[in-house]
Design a protein around this ligand. Structure first.
Ligand code: SAM
Length: 281
């Protein structure tokens, strides 16, 4: 393992602070500092950048972000057992690590970042049990463009495939519509279960999302309602699956430049935006 700093190995940190992984908190820790450095680098050149990290845990990725030159890391961790280990990292990098003991699902990000100048990026090995709601919250940020410049996030591979999927892909669904509308998303690399302690059952993937500065104009709630109705009955034709939204579904779909016989998985993001913008009500 390459030495990225002069702090103790993560295994020792975990043993000393008795950080036995809790499944209820989605705790699968990364101990390989080469891998955490690779994830940090996937976030781009971090010089002058403030990084928001959700769930630093014992601090493997946190250390990599700081060693890779992040100007500051603002970390939100729900498990208070991790705070003493994180305080040791903060002492090694004075003034560069702020740790908030809080639930990221209810965090007020602009308030946590008050006083921070310069670009902000999100880089995190997310807890799987809350990864999708966190991503959806960030993608639904108002006003848009959001407070972050990019997101570099770990998901279960199957979720990652849904995020980057477009029309015609098996994994295309509501998440792909939302992510494709507001961002350009790509899988950067996969991470095998053996990289984590304890190992999860499935492979994971790092996804990089870059917000579109000018996504097609649309109300998020209308886009979500439309995608939910269409993908809720994904095997049915739009003229049937969208009837619950508008009784004249076939004519409405045609007026949006789509064929009423199409199925949800064939409709590109722009098609969903046109439907959402003429949903009415
Ligand atoms: N970043 C560490 C690493 O890569 O080894 C830990 C990642 S582990 C997959 C997820 C972390 O998120 C855990 O430390 C867990 O305690 C924390 N966590 C779980 N739910 C959270 C929540 N709602 N808000 C903030 N942190 C949370």
């Amino acid at each position: 393992m390459a030495q990225i700093d002069d702090l103790p190995p993560l295994r020792d940190v975990i043993a000393r602070h008795q950080l036995m992984a809790k499944k209820s908190l989605g705790q699968n820790f990364l101990l390989d500092l080469n891998l955490t450095a690779r994830i940090a680098r996937a976030g781009g050149d971090l010089a002058g950048v403030t990084v928001v990290e959700v769930g630093p845990g014992p601090g493997g990725l946190t250390r990599a972000l700081l060693a890779c030159g992040a100007e500051r890391v603002v970390a939100v961790e729900r498990d208070e057992r991790c705070l003493p280990a994180l305080a040791e990292i903060a002492a090694r990098y004075p003034g560069r690590l702020d740790v908030h003991a809080a639930d990221a699902l209810t965090a007020d990000w602009p308030a946590l970042l008050a006083g921070v100048g310069g670009p902000v990026r999100i880089v995190a090995n997310l807890p799987y049990n809350v990864a999708t709601p966190l991503l959806v919250g960030w993608l639904e940020t108002e006003p848009w463009p959001p407070w972050f410049e990019s997101m570099t996030l770990m998901f279960q591979k199957e979720v990652a495939e849904r995020i980057v999927a477009g029309a015609g892909d098996d994994a295309y669904g509501r998440l792909g519509v939302l992510a494709g509308w507001r961002s350009e998303a790509q899988i950067v690399f996969d991470v095998p279960p053996s990289a984590f302690v304890p190992p999860p059952k499935v492979t994971s993937s790092i996804v990089h999302l870059r917000p579109r500065p000018l996504p097609l104009a649309c109300r998020t709630a209308d886009l979500e309602r439309t995608a939910q109705a269409a993908f809720g009955q994904r095997r049915k034709m739009l003229r049937q699956s969208l009837k619950g939204l508008r009784p004249d579904a076939a004519a409405w779909v045609e007026a949006c430049g789509l064929r009423p016989e199409m199925r949800a998985e064939e409709v590109p993001v722009e098609g969903f935006v046109r439907l959402a913008n003429s949903l009415g009500g």
